[in-house]
Ligand binder design. Structure first.
Ligand SMILES: [Zn+2]
Length: 448
């Protein structure tokens, strides 16, 4: 099982080199120039004029799960297909404990879905719920490769809310176990002080007033202080405000902290909520104003954020279209998985952006490190899994597609010239010339 990707522009952590990547038994055997002599009778992919990057990692994906009373429109089968078609070879999802469920059982329930359905590799962030956590079980799961815990500063009704007092108790214990805390930052106190009776609940724009930027900013401020005191590594998910991103950047020299933002906050604004179908773009935190969008984009280009992730959260058209005079009935979340890399490419490499190395950092290397998958994933170097993407930066125009499910696509109508000529998962070609290679799903659960 040998394969040689020849004459590409290979994006490594040391820079871009013109040369070859030799793949043997699912791993990268060598990176360098003129490897043809070492390749024996390997199949050769000619990558002249093309870029070779590591398989990308979407660090924030909801799929094959229930959220509240809704079932997500993507299971791991369709999500992983959209992922591979968009250059993503590993997705990181969420394993959320049900009321009364053992944490161990919860992890097993999610892990079991992977080999049955997924075409790409999958890891999970854990969300323990309930008042009393099973710390012994959590310790065992850390030993099995779980490295992150996701918690929420809001969503009381869904049973996900953790108060600041509770977080202050939990963080030192998470730190002891070496776990990184992923935190949804919208301060529940700020949210609860908004007077909904004064808002027009037929108008989806009111969603932005119900969930103001200040809720995010205050939550990030508070979380940074608690994490610093506890010595706990902190990752802020889906930062939607420039002030929030600046707080993280200012704290980074003093404590282990990272942050992600998502394409919807960099390309779309709250003005889109004023359109008749605006409710289809409801997500939390909400889309922000044009000033914020621009400032956040500048911060991404300046390297102030660590990760671009999709926060893929696809609801079916039918579920999303239940508005019925009150937008609060509409489930919050938009799909984005298949669009992540094309949109990151446009943002980071066009019009004087920092380039493909920044893209690889933000959608491969950094998420791999934060998920505990590095250097197996997220980098092109000897010994790593041969998750590789051969990119054509100037292919024919084609539509961006975030999901293959029957869901409203916020990126419908958008096009890209980025072509995914070959996508390899552990050395096996899974996409050729922008199409899935017909084969049985072969995704691996990377924990457990
Ligand atoms: Zn999310």
């Amino acid at each position: 099982m040998e394969l040689l990707i020849a004459n590409g522009r290979v994006v490594t952590e040391g820079g871009v080199l013109c040369g070859d990547v030799l793949v043997r038994d699912g791993r990268i055997a060598a990176v360098g120039s003129d490897l043809a002599g070492h390749a024996g009778r390997a199949r050769v992919i000619d990558a002249a004029g093309l870029f070779v990057i590591p398989g990308c990692i979407d660090f924030h994906v909801h799929a094959d799960d229930e959220i509240g009373r809704w079932t997500l429109a993507d299971d791991l089968g369709s999500a992983s297909e959209a992922a591979l078609l968009g250059g993503v070879t590993t997705i990181v999802g969420f394993a959320t404990q049900r009321p009364g469920e053992e944490l161990q059982t919860c992890a097993a329930r999610y892990l079991a879905k992977v080999p049955a359905r997924s075409r790409c590799d999958v890891a999970f962030h854990l969300t323990p719920t309930g008042e009393r956590w099973d710390w012994a079980a959590l310790t065992r799961l850390v030993g099995r490769g779980f490295g992150t815990v996701k918690l929420y500063t809001t969503y009381r009704q869904a049973g996900l809310y953790s108060s600041w007092e509770r977080l202050a108790e939990l963080l030192p214990r998470l730190a002891e176990l070496g776990l990184r805390l992923l935190l949804h930052c919208e301060d529940d106190g700020v949210l609860s002080r908004v007077d909904a009776t004064r808002l027009d609940l037929c108008d989806p724009f009111s969603h932005t007033l119900l969930r103001p930027p200040q809720a995010e900013v205050e939550a990030i401020e508070h979380a940074l202080v608690l994490a610093r005191q506890a010595g706990c590594a902190l990752h802020i998910v889906h930062v939607s405000t420039a002030r929030g991103a600046r707080l993280v950047a200012a704290a980074r020299p003093h404590q282990p902290v990272s942050a992600e933002t998502c394409p919807q906050y960099l390309y779309l604004t709250e003005e889109a909520l004023r359109r008749p179908e605006g409710y289809r773009l409801l997500c939390s935190p909400p889309l922000r104003n044009e000033d914020t969008r621009q400032l956040l984009g500048e911060l991404v280009l300046a390297g102030a954020l660590d990760v671009l992730a999709s926060d893929h959260c696809p609801f079916s058209r039918r579920d999303k279209d239940i508005i019925n005079g009150d937008f609060r009935a509409v489930p919050c979340g938009v799909p984005g998985l298949g669009a992540l890399v094309p949109l990151a490419f446009e943002l980071l490499t066009e019009q004087g952006g920092p380039g493909l190395e920044a893209l690889v950092r933000m959608v491969a290397t950094n998420p791999a490190r934060l998920a505990g998958l590095y250097p197996r994933k997220g980098t092109i170097r000897e010994g790593a899994d041969a998750d590789l993407v051969v990119l054509d930066p100037c292919g024919p125009l084609q539509p961006v597609r975030s999901t293959l499910a029957d869901a409203h696509d916020p990126w419908a109508g958008r096009t890209t010239r980025l072509g995914f000529r070959h996508v390899l998962l552990r050395g096996v070609e899974v996409v050729r010339d922008g199409r899935l290679v017909d084969a049985e799903p072969a995704g691996l659960a990377l924990q457990g």
